[in-house]
Write a protein that binds this ligand. Structure first.
Ligand SMILES: Nc1ncnc2c1ncn2[C@@H]1O[C@H](COP(=O)(O)OP(=O)(O)O)[C@@H](O)[C@H]1O
Ligand SMILES: CCCC(=O)OP(=O)(O)O
Length: 361
């Protein structure tokens, strides 16, 4: 059977799409959205029409008729906790993402755009390995404040795909290994995978700062700033997501630009670069305790894993824990498409999204 799959990955500044004929990629395209254009929208949800029409335009320009599609898959957004793998997009999921997302995030549009393209065609829309994949053990949920549990929000799609790829390349099974995966992109999350389950993470507000996020910051100082009267709620959120991390020190989110500054002798750039590596290493060390030190490998992935300077600085601090595998870039469009192909081929089953039955069902 031949299947054609459209994969959609909305990010903070771009929408990446790919079309696969079975496991063969026939189109890949990153649609960049102008920052000034995006700032016109109050909520992520308001960008729906603009992003959907850009996706359809790219398909048209590349002579891909939408009625040749077999399924559409979007990066799963900030839902309440879900399991790993595929979910069929349904009205309940759309209602949640449109009206009550756990956090405003571009990936919330993945399911919505997919659904709106798929529905008139009479085909299914899916999400795969959502940001909200939650396989935490109970002990991982406590934050230290009753009623304020930790949340499993991570780069699950790329992190799980890289962990599975590592296992395959080493002729073993994901479910036989303990792995730590550090995803280093515009946001950074680090996850620990114990025998095929992502049992804990260090999220993008619990660990390292990243190009555009603050990571863990001193709580008391943050509270004082919130109540200083100088900032709105929206401005404070932006300070930790969007305008935090590297950009707050160096006015760029591009690690390549930071490395150029370092090569030109900029000492602050060197310190910030080193501090990020130092913080990522601390997150890896923290998660090694979850599996009591029995770590088969540490995988470093994401766009920043292309940086030899960054990976070397992380490696020197964590190689005492386990061997290091560098798998640069992010494989999200391929992971979405191939996951959906497995569903279409009936090798995997897509779950039904139901609000009440979430992660523990
Ligand atoms: N060759 C490279 N060397 C250093 N950093 C890189 C390289 N390629 C990409 N990056 C950095 O990776 C980051 C983006 O990573 P990516 O995984 O694409 O993130 P996102 O999908 O969150 O935007 C940017 O900071 C970019 O500068
Ligand atoms: C919350 C984890 C997912 C995430 O932040 O994704 P991006 O880095 O792509 O924004």
């Amino acid at each position: 059977m031949n299947y054609r799959i459209l994969a959609i990955n909305p990010g903070s500044t771009s929408t990446k799409i790919a079309v696969y004929d079975n496991d063969k990629q026939i189109l890949v395209k990153g649609i960049d959205h102008n920052t000034a254009d995006l700032e016109k929208y109050d909520r992520v949800q308001d960008q729906f029409d603009m992003r959907k029409s850009e996706v359809l335009k790219v398909l048209q320009e590349n002579n891909i008729e939408i009625n040749t599609l077999s399924a559409v898959v979007g990066r799963g957004g900030l839902l309440p906790p879900v399991k790993s793998g595929a979910y069929l997009v349904n009205d309940q999921m759309i209602d949640r993402l449109k009206n009550r997302p756990v956090i405003e995030h571009a990936s919330n549009l993945g399911a919505i755009i997919s659904y709106e393209i798929a529905r008139p065609l009479g085909i299914n829309a899916y999400i795969y390995d959502s940001v909200a994949v939650d396989e935490f053990k109970d002990v991982a949920r406590l934050s230290g404040i009753s009623g304020m549990d930790r949340e499993s929000l991570s780069h699950a799609l790329n992190s799980r795909a890289m962990a599975i790829k590592y296992a395959k390349e080493n002729n073993t099974n994901y479910s036989d290994l303990n792995l730590i995966v550090a995803h280093l992109g515009g946001g950074i999350t680090v996850s620990v995978h114990e025998k095929g389950k992502m049992v804990d993470i260090v999220s993008d507000d619990e660990g390292s700062f990243s190009p555009e996020r603050a990571g863990r910051v001193p709580c008391k100082k943050l509270i004082d700033r919130c109540f200083s009267g100088n900032y709105t709620h929206k401005e404070m959120l932006k300070m930790i997501r969007g305008k935090g991390g590297i950009v707050s020190y160096l006015n760029t989110v591009d690690v390549r630009a930071v490395e150029k500054m370092i090569s030109e002798g900029n000492k602050e750039a060197k310190l910030v670069h080193e501090a990020m590596a130092y913080q990522v290493a601390k997150s890896i060390g923290e998660l090694a305790t979850v599996v009591e030190g029995r770590v088969d490998a540490i995988i470093i992935t994401g766009g920043i894993a292309y940086s030899k300077m960054m990976t070397a600085n992380i490696k020197k601090r964590v190689e005492f824990i386990s061997k290091i595998e560098i798998l640069p870039g992010e494989n999200e469009l391929e992971s979405l498409s191939l996951g959906t192909l497995r569903v279409l081929n009936k090798e995997e089953e897509a779950r039904e999204y139901q609000e009440a039955s979430l992660a523990k069902a």
